[in-house]
Design a protein around this ligand. Structure first.
Ligand code: SAH
Ligand code: SF4
Ligand code: F3S
Length: 468
């Protein structure tokens, strides 16, 4: 029997044991990378014969975890407590954990010793093993007729492999998805755990990326986000080096009807070539997520970000010169070790000077293994919170002012879903990624619609379909 058939057979046998077709729920924490990985987990479960469900009371529940900040971990532990209760009522339930948190030894140890209700654990480096591990878990249940399982099956590896791209996938949205152009990160920003849990930077070959995009377009995808922790360093280590600007240019030319986005851009590596490519293709969204992290040179230096406030602002100026209507968004960290009142103020004024459409603000979180965790000048939580609140107020005010420019304009919107609040309305996204609600039929979902923006509500817009 081939592997697919074995898994289908085992799923069916598990179904016989529990008395109904088993259903599965995939819960995603964290970034777009995890969201794309979850489409693979869902694909495997779908192909195995599970019914897909949004309910965490399902027979198989998997959490695809994130560990970028401590509160991401806390959230997972909190929700696991809830799952444990569900499992008490339904002992045949299978609970699985994967993703970035599982690449941390302490986390796995906690699960091994304190969370014996968890059945399966694997990491980001061996997600390709999911079909086999799932088969093993089901086999244990079926052959032992033991609905409660034994001890957790834990398989976390230290060596990376990227064989997971060949897993089947079920997309969250049929019309849009992410495509990994690279994995891992070599930048080692001093606060960041990602390089430790995602491994060193590896780029996929352009031909592989283009083949995947071709398949996705044939399958009805209208918008793709090219994914990498730092897309601007794409391709440097390939046998035949290719720059991100060249890759993007090629994709944008080859797929003129596809709307393209990318994330994330590290300011230190953003080239003028890339700005030119963005300016010269109208299927590349006029939006750039450009994490600044801080507006203070001394903080940036200790963060190991390798650019200055001035270099960042110069980049913003060059972007706006080349693409006047560009939307810029950013990430900012508050309360990094050693941050003074002046440093915090410099971050606040950077928001005003750069004119972001939006900024994601984070309280600094100490992560194990990272150099900044060992700095002895950690900021006390109250001070950090006060700075955070002040920054957030500036971000809101600046964003409201910036997004006002859309009012009265006609924008191309990719419709995503029916509006949850208003009957007969639908919701879509502008090139800038901002959400707009407008009256329309559900049959427009997955299509591009021209929308006149009538009102700016700060975090979202109201509009009406523009007669063409
Ligand atoms: N590769 C991307 C970001 C990945 S993590 C980049 O370089 O921009 C997403 C965001 O989480 C980061 O931009 C940063 O703002 C935030 N972040 C990462 N580590 C953090 C930490 N230890 N504490 C607080 N925020 C953090
Ligand atoms: Fe983390 Fe820096 Fe890499 Fe982004 S570039 S993932 S912030 S180490
Ligand atoms: Fe989180 Fe891992 Fe992404 S730590 S932000 S899910 S790469």
């Amino acid at each position: 029997m081939n592997e697919d058939k074995t898994l289908k057979y085992l799923t069916a046998a598990y179904g016989d044991l529990i008395g109904h077709r088993p259903c599965a729920c995939v819960v995603t924490f964290g970034c777009q990378m995890n969201a794309r990985d979850s489409e693979k987990l869902t694909g495997v479960l779908d192909q195995a014969g599970f019914l897909l469900s949004d309910s965490e009371k399902a027979d198989f529940v998997i959490y695809n975890t994130c560990t970028v900040r401590e509160n991401a971990n806390t959230r997972v532990y909190g929700r696991l407590g809830q799952l444990k209760n569900y499992k008490k009522k339904n002992p045949s339930m299978i609970i699985a954990l994967c993703g970035c948190m599982m690449q941390e030894k302490e986390v796995v140890e906690t699960i091994r010793t304190k969370m014996r209700f968890v059945d399966l654990v694997f990491g980001t480096f061996n997600i390709d093993r999911f079909p086999d591990l799932l088969a093993d878990i089901l086999r244990r249940r079926v052959s032992d007729h033991d609905l409660r399982g034994e001890k957790p099956l834990i398989e976390v590896t230290e060596t990376v492999n990227d064989r997971h791209e060949s897993l089947p996938k079920v997309r969250k949205f049929p019309f849009r998805t992410g495509v990994n152009i690279m994995y891992g990160c070599d930048n080692y920003c001093s606060y960041c755990i990602v390089p430790y849990v995602r491994g060193p930077e590896r780029s996929r070959k352009p031909s592989e990326i283009i083949d995947e995009i071709t398949t996705l377009c044939d399958d009805g995808v209208r918008e793709i986000m090219l994914l990498g922790q730092n897309v601007n360093s794409y391709g440097r280590k390939l046998n035949e080096p290719v720059t991100f600007a060249q890759l993007l240019d090629r994709i944008a030319s080859q797929f003129p009807d596809l709307r393209l986005r990318f994330m994330t851009s590290h300011p230190k590596d953003l080239s003028d070539d890339l700005i030119e490519v963005m300016a010269s293709h109208n299927n590349i969204c006029r939006h750039l997520h450009l994490p600044a992290q801080s507006g203070s040179d001394q903080v940036l230096k200790r963060m190991n970000r390798k650019y200055t406030r001035q270099a960042y602002l110069d980049l913003v100026r060059r972007l706006r010169e080349a693409i006047p209507d560009i939307s810029l968004t950013t990430d900012l960290i508050v309360g990094f070790p050693g941050e003074t009142e002046e440093d915090a103020e410099a971050t606040r004024t950077l928001v005003e000077e750069a004119g972001f459409d939006n900024a994601f603000t984070f309280l600094y979180s100490k992560r194990s293994k990272t150099p900044a965790a060992a700095y002895d000048d950690q900021i006390d939580p109250e001070t950090a919170q006060a700075r955070f609140d002040k920054l957030l107020e500036t971000v809101h005010r600046t964003a409201m002012k910036r997004t006002e420019r859309f009012t009265g304009t006609v924008q191309t919107v990719l419709v995503e879903e029916t509006d949850r609040q208003r009957e007969g309305w639908i919701t879509g996204r502008l090139e800038s990624n901002l959400i707009v609600h407008f009256a329309g039929d559900a049959d427009r979902i997955g299509t591009f619609v021209k929308v006149r923006i009538t009102e700016n509500r700060g975090f979202y817009l109201i509009g009406e379909e523009a007669s063409s």
